[in-house]
Design a protein around this ligand. Structure first.
Ligand SMILES: *Cc1c(COP(=O)(O)O)cnc(C)c1O
Length: 386
């Protein structure tokens, strides 16, 4: 089976992990700090805090932004459930903003309208979590302008977008007092097995992330505190978590980071090959905006169901039967039973729902060979044209 996504590991990655196994530190050793410094440099952000998953990074980002009971957080329905759950973990209420029908990202115009309504009603969101879907950046400057105007914290869910560009700068740069969150799950752009990172330029947010990652405990600043305290002294100042990444994972991340640019370049090359090869088929290929440069986490096509004699399910099953591990991203989050129980229903976000009915994710990862991709293209063509 050709999967839809796959990690890209080489011998240097394996050696980097084995070196840590032979060292004195398995967790929170020197590799963590180095990985964080390198990620911050790569993204052009002032600070980076590495944690054990992208989901943990989203949770801590919400807490650091001050999200709590009584607050509302908005995100896109076209995402993995973690983008919404992170707000619920904090006791906040979640709501959604429908997507743009071309980029499949949270629509900035709808967001602006909804913010204007919320401002009149006095129930503005505490945070908004747009997702750079499939690796294509949202219009970040427009979102930052809205964040400044309406006073919400902008938390970019950049789990798909490590290595993506926006107006010539890396995604993650210029977050200011907001944050961007990346995932290093094996199907994402680079991997640490499980893992994630939150980046920010804000010193206060950074301190909160560090504290909450390790139980709310800090050892800093007690050297001269009082006669009772000694070198053993630490304080729990907040209710935090054990969201630490291990040094094994950080070493893998450092090694992967060295190849990040070439892995993203290969994804872009494969995406361009798909674009050319699929142009004559009854599908819509991903439409790219003028100011973003996608990292191509996913390659999603939309079937022109009116022009086909097959349903999406039939096309999907035929591809799977041929050994092609296609997938669907995403079932709109508000249609999940857990969210329906909280009042959401079909028809609430029609653009995301229509997109979902037609979408299929084709295999795309840096280790995909041209010949494998050609097989995907030929097989898809055969299924759609028969
Ligand atoms: C993968 C993903 C996450 C969660 O990341 P994990 O590292 O798997 O916890 C969150 N949001 C989006 C959009 C993702 O794709």
């Amino acid at each position: 089976m050709i999967p839809y996504g796959h990690q890209d590991l080489d011998d240097s990655d394996i050696e980097a992990v084995v070196d840590v196994l032979r060292s004195d530190w398995l967790t929170q050793g020197p590799a963590i700090g180095e990985f964080e410094r390198r990620v911050a440099a790569y993204c052009g952000s002032r600070h980076a805090v590495a944690v054990n998953s992208g989901t943990s990074a989203l949770h801590l980002a919400c807490l650091a932004a001050g999200v709590g009971p009584g607050d509302t957080v908005w995100t896109t329905p076209n995402t993995f459930v973690a983008s919404a759950n992170c707000a619920l973990y904090c006791g906040a209420t979640i709501d959604f903003v429908d997507i743009d029908p071309r980029s499949y990202n949270l629509c900035p115009n709808r967001l602006e309208d909804k913010l204007a309504c919320a401002a009149r009603a006095g129930n503005l969101p505490k945070a908004v979590i747009p997702v750079h879907f499939a690796g294509q950046p949202c219009d970040i400057d427009a979102l930052r302008a809205l964040s400044a105007k309406y006073g919400f914290c902008l938390i970019e869910d950049a789990c798909h977008a490590f290595g993506a560009g926006y107006r010539g700068r890396p995604v993650g740069r210029g977050c200011g007092s907001g944050l961007a969150v990346f995932s290093f799950h094996p199907v994402k752009i680079i991997t640490t097995g499980e893992g994630g990172v939150a980046v920010t330029d804000d010193e206060r947010i950074y301190r909160k992330l560090l504290l909450l990652r390790t139980h709310g405990i800090t050892r800093d600043g007690f050297e001269a505190a009082d006669a009772e305290s000694g070198p053993w002294y630490y304080e729990q100042q907040a209710l935090g978590f054990n969201y630490r990444l291990t040094d094994l994972q950080a070493a893998l991340g450092i090694s992967q980071l060295k190849r990040a640019d070439s892995m993203v370049a290969r994804r872009r090359e494969l995406a361009a090959r798909y674009d050319r090869a699929l142009a004559s088929l009854p599908v819509t290929t991903p439409v790219q905006g003028a100011v973003g440069l996608s990292s191509w986490h996913l390659y999603v096509i939309r079937l022109h169901l009116d022009a086909l004699r097959k349903s999406r399910l039939e096309v999907f099953n035929a591809l799977r039967t041929a050994g092609i591990g296609v997938n669907v991203h995403y079932i709109p989050v508000h249609l999940q039973p857990y969210f329906r129980k909280r009042g959401f229903k079909p028809g609430d976000f029609p653009v995301a729902e229509q997109y979902y009915r037609e979408a299929i994710t084709l295999p795309l990862y840096s280790g995909l060979a041209d010949a494998q991709q050609d097989f995907v293209i030929e097989t898809l063509g055969g299924i759609l044209l028969n």
